[in-house]
Design a protein around this ligand. Sequence first.
Ligand code: AMP
Ligand code: ZN
Length: 468
Amino acid sequence: MKIFNTMTRTKEEFVPINESKVGIYVCGPTVYDYIHIGNARPMIVFDTLRRYLLYKGYDVNYVSNFTDVDDKIIKRALEEGVTSSEISERYIAEAKKDMQDLNVMEATTHPKATEEIPDMIAMVETLIEKGHAYEVNGTVYFRTRSFPGYGKLSKKNIDDLEAGHREIKVAGEEEKEDFLDFVLWKPKKEGEPSWPSPWGEGRPGWHLECSVMSKKYIGDIIDIHAGGEDLIFPHHENEIAQSEAANDVEFARYWMHNAFLKIDGEKMSKSLGNFFTIRDIGEKYPLQVIRFFMLSAHYRSPLNFSDTLVESAKASLERILNAMSRLEEALNTATDREATEEENALLAQFRDYVVKYEAAMEDDLNTADAISVIFEMVKLANSSISSENAKSVIQEVYDTITKLCDILGIITKVETEILDSDIEALIEERQAARKARNFARADEIRDTLAAQGILLEDTREGVKWKRA
Ligand code: AMP
Ligand code: ZN
């Protein structure tokens, strides 16, 4: 598979450190509010990368953090008169609900910054010992110029950065040795969450958590580090500086960054009022439509969010889902027989589409092209598959489209769960049918329920049922 590596600005063949295992670290959201549709883009894109790597047979260790100590969380807590952890726990739970509705697989580990403080302190101590960090009045700074590779990801020249920094002086930071130095640990302010440290009560800087959590849950070297493109500088640049200075090995082999999601062509922001949470959007559209919409563009292209575009994604997705229901119906009435030569030739066409689909995904996760291939398959299925075909042929087409959609996290079979009240009504009807010696109807009801995974047991106390 080829991956566009932000570090080299080229598409490179992906070779994991271990032959069969891939470690992926994705910077997660700061949890001070519901997640917005912009935050959902990296979640969906990199979940799809994970699903594709799983399809290829890799064992994927997927780590994505929740930033649960931050100025925005503290501000929100003060506004509501509750603790910071109440805010962060509330929005972690809400983010997890949204992710589930977007069919984003649960991360192998979802670390929280506040639960990793001892390891963060240990990394700061290592950096101080090695001369890469220093403490002034309870604040620990990273000595940026001590790390020779600074700027290598964002392609920023350290002297240009220095010149830019001189013009924007930040109050309270005169104590720094150099304007380029950034905070690893900051001292406690009244009313803020804090932890004891060798430099006094305080809390970690934002960049530190990702260096520490990726090391702990993946290792010193990560295969793929990902996030939105706004994180390239300074967040990822600072992560590289911290990790490589502390561990003396290359931090991440491949850097992947998704482009931004815009609204009606404009940057999405709270102040412009063009800001939607996943929860808002979920009221208007099934979230599967949003997932499909996001994947219909390449992850490195900016994507515009508008009602018209989402409506069109909805219609496209329905075309796939309708084709799948047709195939399912055909399967129910088709006969079990050998496939004809003509049918085998048709299956060969479908197998060629799988090769095309894989080629698109292998080319830097080109989900847009992969979706086009699914449409070609759907078109072919609509025009050439019916209940006249051999059951095995329909089944293969059905399973293939299901599998390719599943890699994109698109569920093609919408299960409608039978309610307890419906089950009980059917059981009553079955009892009445038996009484009337209408055994055909009684058996039919038993089969209908069995098809939905409901098992009946006739006991002396009456009919009992359970879900299989
Ligand atoms: P944040 O909570 O702002 O740190 O963002 C969490 C993740 O969402 C990061 O990977 C960001 O790059 C990403 N992100 C934030 N806004 C957008 C957007 N409008 N489009 C795409 N990605 C975004
Ligand atoms: Zn990060």
